[in-house]
Design a protein around this ligand. Structure first.
Ligand SMILES: Nc1nc2c(ncn2[C@@H]2O[C@H](COP(=O)(O)OP(=O)(O)O)[C@@H](O)[C@H]2O)c(=O)[nH]1
Ligand SMILES: [Mg+2]
Length: 356
């Protein structure tokens, strides 16, 4: 699963990216998209590691892309931005980073700090990029529908759908708001519309604004998650070892780092949950889409386990934590045997029984 960080120049994307990846800050003004694998923090795995003392603990990950900052104030910037935008059509989620921090040493976009205005500008550009794609597709389909080919009926349906999408974008609404069913979704899947993807907003605040609230409801649906992050602070936290970090956070009065909240927020916005395996001295979290059945989940671990699937021996992390150990859990009847069609739940600890 891929998440792209997008935003205007100097909004703090690369600083957030560096805090996520634990890498140094990529060169300022970098013109290429950087990619990093980001660990999804999970307190359940921390607890299980203490309990089972495995040799290895493997957290779930997501891929994160740092896209060069956009500058829509001149033609050169606009065409560069459009190129970058077209390169991220295959990602699964967009995070729009907007700047709220004041810092006279860091040049501000259009000479002012206005998170809501910047968000509106970004959103308009995404809509325009999708509109261009729709228009190209309509042009092509309009020629094609007149040919009596095998796909003619499908082409006609696709054309009608694109016309509906065109109207939607022209009324400044995202494509996601126009899609009514899976058939429509399937029809346009390969095009990678940006305004169809799950989205979140990250507001990059200064150290003195940690509790500030921002309202973007004029421009995006209220279901779009908004996180406030002080990128500079998170970057400093990411450089520390666990102990100093805990001390520093206690001093600042924060319980959970904004970055870890942020990553977990992306994980659930992507529709992902984790099941956990404890085998051969390794504890591992496996990302799956919500609604995945045990048989499919088995295939994530190994194709042999899927092929020879017998049963999934399952208990929930919360039950284990509550009862304290596996023996008490068993006595309480909390370890179940589930079949292929069992819908795996977030935090299920699964031991697959299989035979090949
Ligand atoms: N004061 C302050 N400065 C920041 C913060 N985040 C980023 N900066 C600075 O703003 C500049 C641009 O940040 P960068 O991450 O490169 O922005 P990008 O262009 O969006 O990738 C850098 O000099 C950062 O040190 C912040 O939260 N507070
Ligand atoms: Mg950058």
């Amino acid at each position: 699963m891929k998440v792209a960080l997008l935003g205007l120049l100097q909004s703090g994307k690369s600083t957030i990216f560096a805090s996520l990846s634990g890498k140094g800050i990529p060169p300022i003004g970098s013109t290429t998209i950087e990619e990093a694998i980001v660990t999804v923090p999970d307190e359940r795995l921390d607890w299980l590691t203490e309990y089972y003392k495995p040799k290895k603990t493997t957290y779930a990950t997501i891929d994160c892309l740092d896209v060069p900052g956009f500058n829509f104030t001149d033609d050169h910037g606009r065409s560069a931005a459009r190129r970058q935008i077209n390169q991220i059509r295959t990602v699964d989620m967009l995070v729009l980073v907007v700047r709220a921090f004041e810092n006279p040493a860091v040049l501000s976009y259009r000479n002012s700090i206005k998170p809501v205005g910047d968000l509106a500008e970004l959103r308009t550009e995404l809509l325009l990029a999708d509109l261009e794609l729709v228009a190209t597709r309509i042009e092509k389909l309009e020629k094609q529908v007149h040919k009596p080919t095998k796909t003619q009926a499908y082409d006609k349906a696709e054309l009608a759908l694109h016309k509906k999408l065109q109207e939607t974008i022209e009324s400044e609404k995202p494509i996601s708001s126009a899609i009514e069913n899976d058939a429509e979704r399937e029809m346009i899947k390969s095009l990678g519309f940006l305004t169809l993807k799950p989205m979140a907003i990250a507001v990059n605040v200064g150290e003195n604004q940690l509790k500030a609230k921002f309202d973007f409801s004029e421009h995006v649906d209220t279901s779009v998650p908004v996180v406030t992050i002080c990128a500079k602070l998170e970057f400093e936290l990411a450089q520390l070892d666990a102990e100093s970090r805990a001390e520093f956070m206690a001093d600042l009065g924060i319980a959970e780092s904004a970055i870890s909240k942020f990553v977990n927020g992306c994980y659930s916005a992507l529709g992902l949950i984790s099941f956990i395996t404890v085998v051969s001295n390794e504890i591992r979290a496996w990302p799956i889409k919500q609604g995945t059945i045990a048989h499919e989940a088995a295939g994530k671990v190994h194709t042999d386990i899927k092929r020879g699937f017998i049963r999934a021996e399952t208990f929930s992390f919360d039950d284990l934590k509550e009862h304290g150990n596996e023996k008490a859990l068993k006595a309480a009847g909390k370890i179940r045997l589930e079949g292929k069609d069992y819908v795996v739940q977030n935090g299920n600890i699964i031991n697959f029984r299989f035979n090949v």
